[in-house]
Structure formats: structure tokens, C-alpha cells
Write a protein that binds this ligand. Structure first.
Ligand code: ADP
Ligand code: ZN
Length: 520
């Protein structure tokens, strides 16, 4: 069987050897076993079901959430001489009939299908009349309600197990946190499936998270200095910012195109197509862009806004350097990101349990941003993957982070929150600490509180950094009903009382920023 698999790999796909753990997965599935496959984006998940579908009798049914992805896969497979087709809402009734006839006649090797289509009674009864080699459930994390791409249709897929118990099933995903993994097993009836997992490390990606000063300018400096003429993806949180950033980059002389879910489908597809076909294009996008984007030579992924979770960060940065050559994952991150995401979470209509979980995920992402040791080690540890020594290819390894004892300063900062009545945001609190008699300070009588002017040992930027780290670590709360007001919480009490030593990150200040600041 394995010799036959290797023959197909070479003769049909034109590759010389399997990547880990493709050969094992293929062997297991070909022999009729169920599998859960966790591999990073770009790792080569598709072959894990495509080859067994060719090895076994009957057609392999692939459930995929993305119509665009289906079309790409099917046309690629057809070019390789594999008999593949897809069933989704873009087809005419005639097309559907034609494909159904091919199915019944045993004329297909692979059929891609959208989940909502699969669970229709018409499809199920059709499936009961044909020979099926296997079911592959791609992007299986979509079944997880805790995940970031939840699709209600995926929940119905448990019926595959009930209706077709004898047919092997394989679920695949690049999201591997233990919670999601267990949910996939549970909801898809894959409790007994064998787990295949490949290391999540992407050694050729250099991770860097810089402090946001002037994000656009920082992005421009980064691209000009390191990626002039390279293909890249710039992620932003909002559609508006995507549009503005794309226009701005174009004005700076780059080939930059926007991509977000608010654009008309043809325009979106056009931009995606250009990105895949042309060299040296930059796509500025919301997270709507990416699932299934398979362009090997994306040289950089830049984030102008903080992703909501480490999973999202990993998936998005994972689109860089799929060809194995050096690539950059660059992000600018600052206090406003923390406040913005915390606010979005507070405002979201999700129930309390869900909010707690999302907050937990956001905290993990913030911890990665504030990380003082190797970022790759922290990133992999999050996925339960261990890296024995610092990687040497991330910003904290290349330029070790200095830390400073912020115990006393944190005490002053929290005390200032308390003395001013827990009714003010960071900017005002810093004015008070620095003893600035602004109109607002005077109006509120804050020149007479005990913390007025006690913080002159640090400059404004340092105080800003300190508050950001306090917020990121959850040592002080941000109240969103009143525009970013800081409030004390239980976690911060030991710090306020000076009972806990607090080692903080010393932010790296770009030389240029310092010079510019001195001039003013
Ligand atoms: P994933 O679904 O895990 O993101 P894909 O299945 O799309 O990844 O594969 C990513 C890329 O790697 C594709 O271009 C694919 O052709 C290539 N690839 C997969 N397996 C191998 C292999 N054994 N040898 C060489 N290239 C491979
Ligand atoms: Zn490192």
C-alpha cells in the first residue's frame, strides 16, 4: 500500500517524498481508520485525504467551508488528471445533475461539497446509492463554538458517523489548542480517531512585535527596508482601515490592493486573483482574507492591529513563507489595541461564558506581545508544542528585552487611579503623575491629590508603557461604559500594596522617534 501511495505522490502530484506525517495518515486511512490531523497551514493537509481517496474504491467526499477554495482545488486536481468536481450554490441545476450522474456512474475520484449541501436529504440519499472511499472534513475547527470560524452547518456533520459508520473519516485543521481538538472529536463523533500531529514550528518565519508609535510610518519603514518589491499581506481590524491603508500604500508607490468582506464579490475575487498571479503585490485585508490562500512566496505578513487570539495570530502569520524561505511576521502593537479589543469584547452580544473564554484568549495574545523571552517558545508552548531552547530568530532572541523593576512605579500608577476616583483614562492619569497643571487637572482639583507630581522620575512614554502592561496583565480594569476609565481590581491589590515585585518590559524606542521627540 505504501509503495502505491508513493507512486501516486510521484506520478500524479510530482513530489519526491512525503512530508511528516502524510505517509502515516495515508496508510491509516487507506486501511479504513479514522484520523484527526493537526498540521500547520501550508503543511500539506490536502494530500492526506487526496491520496487515500485515490487508493480506495469509490469517491472521496471532501467537506470544505469555502467555495473559492473548492474551485481552486478542483481545477488544480483536474489539471493533474484527477477526476474531481464540486457541488455548491454557484452551480446551475444542469451542472448539479451532470455531477450527480458522474457520481452514480462511479466517474469521480473526489467530490468537494459545502457542509449545508451535504446535510440535505437529497444529497444523503444520493450518497447512500454510491460507493464512498472516505469523508474528509477540512477546516474541522469550524465545528468548534469556541473557535474563531464557527459554522453552524458543521455541527450537522456528526450525522456522517451515524449514517455511514463503515466509511473512514478524516478531520483536518491547523488549529490545535487542546480545547478545540476535544470539541472536534466530540462533535464529529471522532472519539476513537487516531491523532496525527506535526510540529507547529515554522522556523523560517521571524516573529517581531514592535511598539506602536506611528504605525503607518513604521510599516512603511519596515517594508522599504526589508521587503521592497515582495509579496505581502497587511492585516487590519476594520474595513475602513483596510481601504485607507491600501490607498495610502499605493500613494507611497506600492502595488497594494484592499480585501474585505464588505467589498462586492467580483472585486474581491479580482484582487485575490491578482495577488496569487502577480509578483510583488501587497494585499491589505481584514481576516476575511486568507483561509485557503496558498501562495508560497508571501514574504511578509504585517499586523497593524492586534489579532483576537494566538490561534488567529498563528494562522495569519502562517501565510508567510510557505516555500520555506525566510519570511517575516511583523506586528505593531500598542495600548490602544488592548483597549479597543477589550471594548469590542465587552460590547459583543455573546453570553458570559463565551466572553470569558474570549477574554482568556485575548489575554494569551497580550502575554505573547509583552513576552520578554523567546516569542517562538511562547507561541509553540501555547499549542502544547515544546521548543527546548530559544529560537534565535525572533525579536526577543535577536535583541534581548531589557526589563526593569516596576514595582514602585506600578504602585504609584494604581494609587493615582484610586486618588482620582477611578473615573479617568490613561492620558489624564499620566498628567497627574507628572504634575502637569492642565485645565482638566485643575478643574478636577487633581493638583491637590497626593499623587500629583510624584511620578517625575519617569517620562510620559514610560508611564504609557507601564499602564499598557498593567492593563495587558489584567492588573487594572478598563471600564468601557465611560470611555476607557481605569478601575482597580482584585488582581492589582497586591501590586498596589507593594507586595508583589513587578518586572516590566523596557520598550525599545526607535532612534528616529527619540530624535523627533527631542526636536519638539
Ligand atoms: P494545508 O492544507 O495544510 O495548508 P496544502 O495541502 O494546501 O496545505 O499544501 C501546501 C503546499 O505544499 C501545496 O502547494 C502542496 O502542493 C505542497 N505539498 C504538500 N505535500 C507536499 C510534499 N509531500 N512534497 C512537496 N510539496 C508538498
Ligand atoms: Zn526566539
Amino acid at each position: 500500500m505504501s509503495a502505491e501511495a508513493l507512486r501516486i505522490l510521484k506520478s500524479v502530484f510530482g513530489y519526491d517524498r512525503f512530508r511528516e506525517p502524510q505517509a502515516d495518515v495515508i496508510g491509516h486511512l487507506a486501511a479504513g481508520g479514522d484520523a484527526l490531523v493537526l498540521m500547520p497551514t501550508g503543511g500539506g493537509k490536502s494530500l492526506c485525504y487526496q491520496i487515500p481517496a485515490l487508493l480506495r474504491d469509490g469517491v472521496g467526499i471532501v467537506i470544505s467551508p469555502l467555495i473559492a477554495l473548492m474551485q481552486d482545488q478542483v481545477s488544480a486536481l483536474t489539471q493533474l488528471g484527477i477526476r474531481a468536481a464540486f457541488l455548491n450554490s454557484t452551480l446551475s441545476l444542469d451542472d448539479v445533475r451532470r455531477i450527480e450522474q458522474q457520481l452514480v456512474g462511479g466517474k469521480l475520484d473526489l467530490l468537494y461539497i459545502a457542509p449545508e449541501r451535504l446535510t440535505a436529504e437529497r444529497t444523503l440519499s444520493l450518497f447512500s446509492r454510491i460507493k464512498i472511499a472516505l469523508f474528509a472534513i477540512d477546516e474541522a475547527h469550524c465545528v468548534s463554538q469556541w473557535g474563531h470560524d464557527f459554522r453552524a452547518d458543521y455541527l450537522q456533520l456528526s450525522l456522517l458517523h451515524e449514517r455511514f459508520p463503515a466509511i473512514p473519516r478524516i478531520a483536518l485543521t491547523a488549529t490545535a489548542d487542546p480545547k478545540t481538538r476535544e470539541e472536534i472529536r466530540h462533535r464529529l463523533g471522532l472519539a476513537e480517531a487516531r491523532l496525527f500531529q506535526r510540529g507547529f514550528d515554522r522556523p523560517n518565519i521571524r516573529y517581531r512585535i514592535v511598539q506602536k508609535q506611528n504605525a503607518r510610518k513604521q510599516l512603511l519603514d519596515f517594508i522599504r527596508a526589508e521587503h521592497d518589491g515582495d509579496a505581502g499581506i497587511v492585516y487590519c481590524l476594520s474595513r475602513k482601515k483596510v481601504e485607507e491603508t491600501a490607498v495610502w500604500l499605493a500613494a507611497q508607490g506600492f502595488k497594494a490592493l484592499p480585501y474585505h468582506a464588505g467589498m462586492a464579490a467580483p472585486a474581491r475575487q479580482h484582487n485575490q486573483h491578482r495577488f496569487l498571479m502577480e509578483e510583488g503585490l501587497i494585499v491589505v485585508a481584514t481576516i476575511a482574507f486568507g483561509m485557503g490562500i496558498d501562495k508560497p512566496n508571501v514574504r511578509f505578513v504585517a499586523h497593524l492591529d492586534l489579532p483576537k487570539s494566538v490561534e488567529a495570530y498563528y494562522q495569519e502569520t502562517g501565510r508567510a513563507g510557505r516555500d520555506g524561505l525566510p519570511a517575516d511576521a511583523w506586528m505593531a502593537y500598542g495600548l490602544q489595541d488592548v483597549i479597543m479589543l477589550r471594548r469590542m469584547l465587552a460590547d459583543s452580544p455573546a453570553d458570559a461564558a463565551r466572553k470569558r473564554l474570549e477574554l482568556h484568549k485575548l489575554d494569551a495574545m497580550l502575554a505573547l506581545c509583552e513576552q520578554v523571552h523567546c516569542r517562538r517558545q511562547a507561541l509553540l508552548a501555547y499549542f502544547g508544542d515544546q521548543l527546548d531552547r530559544p529560537c534565535g530568530n525572533c525579536d526577543t532572541c535577536l535583541e534581548p528585552v531589557k526589563t526593569w523593576d516596576g514595582t514602585l512605579a506600578a504602585q504609584q500608577a494604581l494609587s493615582c487611579v484610586y486618588r482620582t476616583g477611578q473615573r479617568f483614562g490613561v492620558a489624564h492619569l499620566i498628567d497627574v503623575l507628572l504634575g502637569k497643571a492642565t485645565e482638566k487637572v485643575l478643574r478636577n482639583g487633581h493638583d491637590r491629590v497626593s499623587t500629583f507630581g510624584i511620578g517625575k522620575q519617569l517620562d510620559e512614554q514610560r508611564w504609557h508603557s507601564l499602564y499598557r502592561q498593567l492593563i495587558a496583565r489584567g492588573l487594572v480594569d478598563v471600564d468601557f461604559d465611560s470611555m476607557g476609565t481605569l478601575k482597580l481590581n482584585d488582581a492589582g491589590r497586591p501590586v498596589l500594596r507593594g507586595e508583589e515585585t513587578l518586572m516590566l518590559r523596557e520598550d525599545i524606542r526607535p532612534e528616529k522617534t527619540k530624535r523627533a521627540a527631542r526636536k519638539t
